[in-house]
Design a protein around this ligand. Structure first.
Ligand code: GAP
Length: 443
């Protein structure tokens, strides 16, 4: 995004006026349905509880429910509207099952059939209740309702309210985007799987403002661009896929939506969402703030409310996917080698500088190389232990290149560069190291 002429960067506030979150729909709609076990007091998100029930059991429970209401035409009609038997996919049945659990009429019957995963008791669940995921706090010394503010649950809204500021000062024309990386906070009830679901996480979002007539074109474009981005940074293509949201599962703001999913060791999980948010957000912020967010189109001389195509990636969640994808264990001779095969752009350390031994001036040359490289790249100096051990330590950290100063360096000023994945070594002149690394990492 940084190097595209049609994208600008921003760092918006985490605490914004509470009306921002009313306008966005988060106060009303950013909820998860939850149930409590009356016996052990555990609280579960409906979809997480549903994950503990086998597909077979779900089928059985739905059949029993349909049978129970078969003589009540009104209820039966509602049931069939929720659950169209013509769609035989497992995914559809699972999603219908979750919908039934949330429903005030059918939910109770279904929940009574399930056992609590925590204490193992049956018929102990309360009905589903909506639980807002935003963290609340107060501005100023008085903790009353007029002082409530929210920690942002997504970075996107900070972009929408600043849309015209950025467009005007950067003199951008449609289509153009505003991107930001920053913290988001959600009061998740069930955090799980390390960085996959946390309460405080990092998002990297980009909102692309387009002429409404071109929304489909840009939605398809960004879907493709974003999956390619993961692949271009070395992620295994077989472990990447799209999950297109069916129309009945779309968020309140979306006309079209797709997740990019990665196959983690615990199953497929979303790492990024691409949404066509239409003019929903800009219109709502206009309505709640009383300020125009319309864009003046020079060509048609008309004021328009652009549509927004959003690419919303979790930085921490994507990082975890890159980490899992890069992890390799290999047999090298009699030894197991653990290596993180990060794309060099993602490696936290770009090169390690190692004197073969700490004598004859090799250490002095190596320190000089390290000091020189450090001005441009994140490098690491290591002179502790046998050279083989030092290579292995860098393999485990995912360092793509190791530069070794050895006896030959003393006579001809060359060093060896060892490449992490192939373990091949080549000799280059020490005054070319910086250029060599730059070309290998960034070009
Ligand atoms: N602005 C749209 C939006 O926030 P989202 O699907 O709720 O959409 C976008 O979140 C991305 O943020 C997800 O694809 C995921 O990578 C990341 N994300 C969401 N909730 C998260 C959590 N609790 N922990 C870590 N990452 C999370």
């Amino acid at each position: 995004m940084t190097y595209r002429e049609d994208i600008e960067g921003i760092d918006a506030a985490i605490l914004m006026h509470p009306k921002v979150w009313e306008a966005s729909g988060h106060v009303e709609n950013f909820t998860d349905p939850m149930v409590d076990c009356r016996n052990c007091k555990s609280r579960f998100r409906i979809d997480i509880l549903a994950e503990t029930v086998s597909t077979k059991k779900k089928q059985k429970v739905l059949n029993a429910l349909e049978n129970k209401i078969k003589n009540n035409p009104e209820q039966l009609q509602k049931f069939q509207k929720f659950f169209d038997r013509r769609n035989e996919t497992e995914e559809y049945m699972e999603s219908a099952f979750n919908g039934f659990l949330e429903d005030p009429e059918f939910g109770k019957t279904l929940l009574n059939e399930l056992t609590c995963p925590q204490c193992g008791n049956k018929e102990t669940f309360t009905s589903a209740r909506q639980f807002n995921l935003m963290f609340k706090t107060f501005i100023g010394p008085i903790e009353d309702s007029s002082a409530v503010v929210y920690l942002r649950p997504e970075t996107a809204q900070g972009i929408y309210v600043n849309f015209l500021n950025v467009q005007g000062s950067a003199r951008q024309k449609l289509p153009f985007g505003i991107a930001q990386i920053g913290k988001a906070f959600r009061n998740e009830i069930n955090t799980k799987n390390f960085l996959f679901r946390t309460r405080e996480f990092e998002q990297m979002e980009m909102q692309y403002f387009v002429n409404p007539a071109e929304d489909k074109k840009w939605y398809d474009y960004w879907k493709q661009q974003r999956i390619e981005w993961f692949a271009s940074l070395g992620m295994n293509r077989d472990k990447l896929r799209f999950h297109d949201h069916p129309p009945n599962k779309l968020a309140h703001y979306a006309k079209e939506a797709a997740d990019i999913e990665y196959e983690f060791p615990f199953g497929w999980g979303e790492i990024e969402g691409i949404h066509n948010r239409t003019d929903f957000d800009l219109s709502r912020h206009e309505q709640f703030s009383g300020k125009s967010l319309k864009y003046f189109d020079e060509e048609s001389k008309a004021k328009i409310t652009p549509f927004i195509i959003e690419t919303s990636a979790g930085a921490s969640r994507s990082f975890m996917a890159f980490l899992v994808d890069a992890y390799n264990e290999e047999q090298v001779k009699d030894e197991k080698r653990v290596v993180l095969k990060f794309h060099p752009k993602l490696s936290p350390i770009k090169a390690a500088v190692l004197p073969l031994v700490n004598k004859d001036g090799m250490d002095i040359i190596a320190i000089k190389i390290e000091e020189d490289l450090r001005k441009r790249l994140k490098v690491f100096y290591d002179d502790k232990g046998a050279i083989g051990r030092r290579y292995r330590r860098q393999d485990e950290a995912g360092t793509p290149f190791c530069i070794t100063v050895d006896t030959q360096t003393l006579s001809d000023k060359t060093v060896t560069v060892r490449e992490r994945d192939s373990m091949n070594q080549e000799r280059i002149s020490s005054d070319r190291i910086s250029e060599y690394l730059y070309n290998k990492i960034y070009l």
